[in-house]
Design a protein around this ligand. Sequence first.
Ligand SMILES: Nc1nc2c(ncn2[C@@H]2O[C@H](COP(=O)(O)O[C@H]3[C@@H](O)[C@H](n4cnc5c(=O)[nH]c(N)nc54)O[C@@H]3COP(=O)(O)O)[C@@H](O)[C@H]2O)c(=O)[nH]1
Length: 725
Amino acid sequence: MNSYCDDSILREVDGGLGKVFPSLPLTPVLEQLLQDRTRMLDSLLSNLDGLAYCCLCDENWSMIFVSEGCKEVTGYDADDLIFNRRISYNRLTHPDDRARVRASIDASIAHGDRFDVEYRILHADGSVRWVWERGATLRNEQGGVEALEGFIQDITRLKLSEQAAREAEERYRSIFENALEGIYQTSPEGTYLNFNPALARIYGYDSPDDLRLGISDIQNQLYVDHNKRNEFVAIMRAQGRVQNFEAQVYRKYGDIIWISENARQVLDADGKLLFFEGTVEDITERKSFEQQIEYQATHDGLTGLPNRSLLSDRLEQCISLAERSGTQLAVAFIDLDQFKLINDSMGHDMGDRLLVEMAKRLSDSVRESDTVVRLGGDEFVILLTNIHKVEDISHSMQRILAAVSENCTIDHRDFVVSCSIGISMYPQDGRDPNTLLKHADSAMYEAKRAGRNNLQFYTPALNDILIERLSVEYRLRQAIERKEFVLHYQPKMDFLTGKVNGAEALIRWQPEGGEMIPPFKFIPVAEETGMIEEIGAWVMREACAKAHELRERLGRDIPIAVNVSPRQFGQPHFVESVRSALASVDLPPHCLELEITESTLVLDARKFVDTLHELKALGVCLAIDDFGTGYSSMAYLKDFPVDRLKIDRSFVDNLEQEPAKKPILNAIVALGRSLGLKVIAEGVETRYEHDHLRSMGCDELQGYFFSRPLTSEAFERLLIEPAIV
Ligand SMILES: Nc1nc2c(ncn2[C@@H]2O[C@H](COP(=O)(O)O[C@H]3[C@@H](O)[C@H](n4cnc5c(=O)[nH]c(N)nc54)O[C@@H]3COP(=O)(O)O)[C@@H](O)[C@H]2O)c(=O)[nH]1
């Protein structure tokens, strides 16, 4: 039921409904129609979502008619508002909006317009509601404003959703504007439609406008590799999106960065492509980090050369290249000779610097197109491509041998290093990386065995040698654990007295149930693998024990000489191990003689001499073994605190048939004597050799002529019942 003020007021205002047809004679039918219309309007007003009203244009907006929708919109009954019975509409209007509403309605009245205004009201339940009021002015015949009539609708929900939409829009705009990632929309043809400031920043432009002017063709102006855009579009077409699409792009001033894009295609309702939209991230830092990690994983940290993990890749590539071009490929396996010795004796820092220098020399000795790889330790591999004839390789390898063995000065110390090279060829020696490397490796072992500073091409027979060597290495490790070594003793004879005045301890390997193995079959393997350190220490202790035993039994000193390998001599605690072997049996130091070969000296003369002095200070006898075979000792000899020179067997061997050796022998003996050293000839096999050496002034002899190496017991028997020569 709508509320009205009394009928007289209504008629005063607009003449009431009857005023619509004031002068028409109403037939009963029309009367009925009119009544029906009133009822219909009443019903309509009651059912409208909102309130219809008629109010005075006073300071209260005093209501004279309010439809029933009032309750729903304001929370008040229509009667509460009629003539401001309980509350005026002005008070109901939100205080902050009252002035604006009034101004808006006043303006409309002034212009004779309809009004239309949105504002807030205070609902009876205390909440604030948004309403939309539309209305018009009711004027009297003189044109004066009598009242307003209109319709007020609750639009709170609409307002809230508008506000939410606006806030969301603001939020997204803020994200778009302030994002660190670049956000863009591009046309399928490759122009920018829309993008945020971050994108401009990433690409080095001062502002979005600057970018818009700068890039009009993404494919050709942005991507370093122009095909990247085609790739991008192709993925988009196939999958509707691209994920983590990485590419290099030019920035405004030409510098290149790495970006990662995530994008999707946007279609219209008919499935027609509208544009691409996506994000861009600058991943240059990550990329360079990844590249760094990859570099570290594939390159040797010390020398900067490619490492083992890159080798297989490169080798695969070289094989394919050789296959395609019908050329050959050479794989050279290079191992520095006796590097471990330098490393152990001179310290790893010196060893590292030497490796860096050698890596440089290797790289400088080959062509740009060849690959030098450091496998680890002192092992290198060189891949020589595009080989037409074997001579090409020989020349390169000779260059390498020469470069490596050139004098090397580190920290004012001179080193002479050499290397051994094994070579395998594609396709004849292997068609895959593993085989080629394995065969080059076995060739390298053969080069080492043949005397170092050498190169050796692979032959199928080398496989057997390698297999044999590996077998020796394996069995040798077991032999150490099982203590399968014995010492034999080769007596030395004093020329003056013709009596035994000492012996050289010579190791033998006696595998359980097997044949005795001579040292030349296993000492080189022990030397290469480092097992010589343990074996040598055992020999030293055993020889000291024997010398001590003989001293106790015979009541006189029988000095025992032991061979000291270069690697053993270079051990950091070598002097200490000698002292400890002597102390273990309380042996006077002069009862132990150490035979050191000249090859030990060539690595580092100063260190060699220092160690000799330390040993000398300990009181042990020192002998230079195999004298005359080395190439640099003459210059240093006067500085060596040694007691004996042992002339190498090769100068004595076959002396009768080769008289040319005599002047050399004479010179060596004279040199030794002039330096105050005892000279001992080894390998004396005949009476002729014996007599000659004695006449030359040699002090001692050792050789089959006097005695072969004897077992411990046989040597002892010989000492008790001497045979006079
Ligand atoms: N580091 C170590 N090296 C050792 C040790 N024991 C031996 N060796 C070295 O092994 C090489 C071979 O030794 P071996 O087979 O024992 O041969 C020695 C003698 O038997 C041999 N010799 C002695 N007299 C003669 C002779 O008249 N004729 C002839 N053909 N051979 C003879 O010479 C070898 C001793 O040589 P050298 O040491 O140079 O004095 C050999 O290089 C040994 O050094 C070990 O414990 N540690």
